[in-house]
Design a protein around this ligand. Structure first.
Ligand SMILES: Nc1ncnc2c1ncn2[C@@H]1O[C@H](COP(=O)(O)OP(=O)(O)O)[C@@H](O)[C@H]1O
Ligand SMILES: [Mg+2]
Length: 252
């Protein structure tokens, strides 16, 4: 099986403030994680535990102080070159990736402009329609503006935008956290279905263990920047190894 994310002994420390007020916080401590092709690693933990930092390091957006990060067999820092279009992200708020003044079809097509420049206009348009249909939206959605859609529809658009370049690896960071429970459920189901047909590996980050449970094959628990436990989902939910994991499960 091929590995799409291989993170070894990654450390990230943030410093903030000046002079005597200068403080350091270790957002990632010797983090080691792997995501396999076609599989989902769920990362759970309370707010501030280092999940989003882990996501941005995996996306090559933040360079760690130490450790190595390989995505699809290349250093994550190559995001702008060899990995262009091969790695995508779906974030909590669709408005972070959807321009409110642009029609949905334009936003969905946008990643193709850098990743598949040679595709003709007509071919690009066809791809947009096809991907919108795959995320459960009709072709006419392409002509709508984000504010004309519901929260769930907007998040489907974000998923379409992430998928259009056929990435090998996708980072979902709190991708369903802003949605109502019933809409969350639909989007989680959609992610599962799409993974079966598109075979991307995923890092699914959420503070919500119930959401992670719906999509993850493997679970990693983070606290204070550390991975406390990594386990196959089945085993994690029946027999967690760490005391802290047991507490998270009890709260579920
Ligand atoms: N840009 C930043 N500057 C300073 N500290 C940060 C920054 N981003 C995150 N942190 C700190 O790093 C820790 C982990 O944050 P984060 O990765 O966002 O956690 P999570 O996503 O699990 O809530 C927190 O203590 C947070 O305050
Ligand atoms: Mg976060």
């Amino acid at each position: 099986m091929t590995t799409v994310l291989k993170m070894s002994d990654v450390n990230v420390t943030f410093t903030s403030g000046w002079g005597r007020r200068r403080t350091r916080s270790r957002a990632m401590k010797d983090v080691t994680l792997e995501v396999e092709a076609g599989r989902t690693l769920g990362v759970v933990g309370e707010s501030g535990s280092g999940k989003s930092t882990t996501g941005s390091v995996a996306l090559g957006l933040r360079r760690p102080d130490s450790g190595t990060v390989e995505v699809l067999g290349r250093p994550a820092a190559e995001r702008g070159r060899a990995l262009r279009g091969r790695v995508q992200a779906v974030l909590q708020h669709p408005h972070w990736s959807l321009n409110p003044r642009r029609r949905v079809g334009v936003s969905v097509r946008e990643p193709l402009a850098v990743a598949a420049r040679r595709l003709g206009r007509e071919e690009q348009r066809e791809r947009v329609v096809r991907i919108l249909e795959q995320v459960g939206l009709d072709a006419a959605t392409a002509d709508r503006y984000p504010h004309e859609l519901s929260g769930g529809q907007r998040q489907r658009v974000s998923v379409a935008r992430a998928l259009i370049t056929e990435p090998g690896f996708i980072v979902f960071d709190e991708a369903v956290s802003a949605l109502d429970v019933s809409v969350q459920s639909q989007i989680l189901e959609l992610i599962r279905e799409l993974q079966a047909s598109h075979t991307f590996g995923a890092l699914f980050i959420s503070h919500d263990l119930a959401a992670v449970r719906r999509v993850a094959d493997t679970i990693a628990v983070m606290r204070h920047g550390e991975v406390l436990e990594t386990a196959p989902a089945e085993r994690f939910f029946t027999d967690p190894a760490h005391e802290y994991s047991r507490r998270l499960l009890a709260a579920l």
